[in-house]
Design a protein around this ligand. Structure first.
Ligand code: AMP
Ligand code: MG
Length: 321
């Protein structure tokens, strides 16, 4: 891992790293972000691996301007107002994702929505322009640790698991972006999912209405990954299967497939957990679409990214409310 002063050459290098599937700690006005190409599932899987996150929380996607954001998300009237007022800046909008947005399903952890932000930091902006791809970036710290507001913080937490830290000094805002859910067109007013760099009062001033709080809407959790059966497919899910039953769909892992007839997707023939994570959400969705009664899942090791993969599968298999 290198730490480079964020001059033009370093930004160009960072853009190359991101385009080739690598990870860069990038300065934004809120905190340092752990940046990866949001269209590359394996790069996004590396983000979870580097952060040692035990579950797949949805990530914020960064774009250079509103026009780029429009290609990825569906803007409600309120979203338009907020983007006009606060972008570029420390505001994240959760919107319905365009079906053809091309963003890896791992980014939003299988949700139909996408969290979008246009950062104001000149280095973040320059990197987004140079990389010319949407950048998924959670805070550049190990899971459970404090968000990094200097390059040294990010480097200390992530060294060994990322390729480059772009050093542009301390972050000006120093706390995370405010996250507002504008994803349901019919649902007005929007919901404050996370307080942050822009105050709720300021946002309410622009909208002319009070925001809903997550407390008032218990079905709109602050962290969607925490609902026990949030991502349940229609089919029943059986874990750690050794012998699939007749008529079951099979979610396989590794080179050895037990005898089975029916639809099958292998998350990774080579037992590569990064590849498996990148394929997980699309595979579950595709197998569910086959209309089978149940999906049998072969055992997947629990270390590294396997922890988050198994967490996700446990939720899929949890009893439905
Ligand atoms: P961080 O990764 O630390 O920047 O945090 C990202 C925040 O955005 C978390 O609070 C997530 O729950 C929230 N978030 C990201 N994507 C979505 C989404 N699609 N729906 C709801 N919340 C989201
Ligand atoms: Mg964070």
């Amino acid at each position: 891992m290198e730490i480079l002063k964020a001059d033009a050459a370093a930004i160009a290098k960072a853009a190359d790293i991101i385009r080739s599937g690598g990870l860069v700690a990038m300065p934004t006005e809120t905190v340092y972000g752990l940046a990866a190409d949001a269209t590359n599932g394996q790069a996004v899987a590396r983000v979870f691996e580097a952060k040692r996150r035990p579950r797949f929380n949805p990530l914020i996607v960064h774009v250079p301007d509103v026009a780029s954001a429009r290609k990825l998300g569906v803007f409600s009237k309120e979203a338009e107002q907020l983007a006009n007022a606060f972008w570029p800046g420390p505001l994240t909008l959760v919107l319905q994702c365009h079906p053809d947005a091309g963003i890896s399903e791992l980014v939003s952890a299988g949700l139909p929505t996408l969290a979008l932000r246009v950062p104001a930091h000149p280095v973040g902006q320059a990197l987004l322009q140079a990389a010319a791809t949407p950048i998924a970036a959670p805070s550049a710290n190990r899971s459970g640790r404090i968000s990094p507001t200097t390059a040294a913080h990010a480097a200390a937490d992530l060294k060994g698991s990322i390729d480059l830290v772009l050093d542009a000094g301390a972050c000006e805002v120093g706390i995370e972006s405010t996250v507002i859910d504008c994803s349901e067109q019919s649902q007005s007013p929007p919901i404050l999912l996370r307080p942050g760099g822009i105050s709720a009062e300021w946002i309410e001033g622009v909208l002319g209405v009070r925001l809903q709080s997550t407390q008032a809407k218990p079905d709109a959790p602050r962290s969607p990954g925490q609902l026990s059966s949030h991502y349940a497919p229609r089919a029943r899910v059986r874990l750690n299967v050794v012998a699939p039953e007749p008529g079951e769909a099979l979610l396989a892992f590794g080179p050895q497939i037990p005898p089975h007839c029916g639809p099958m997707i292998n998350l990774s023939e080579t037992r590569n957990l990064r590849e498996a994570a990148a394929n997980l959400f699309a595979a579950l969705r595709a197998l569910d679409a086959e209309g089978c009664r149940s999906i049998a899942v072969l055992p997947i090791p629990g270390q590294g990214l396997g922890e988050a993969i198994n967490d996700r599968l446990l939720r899929a298999a949890a009893p439905r409310p």
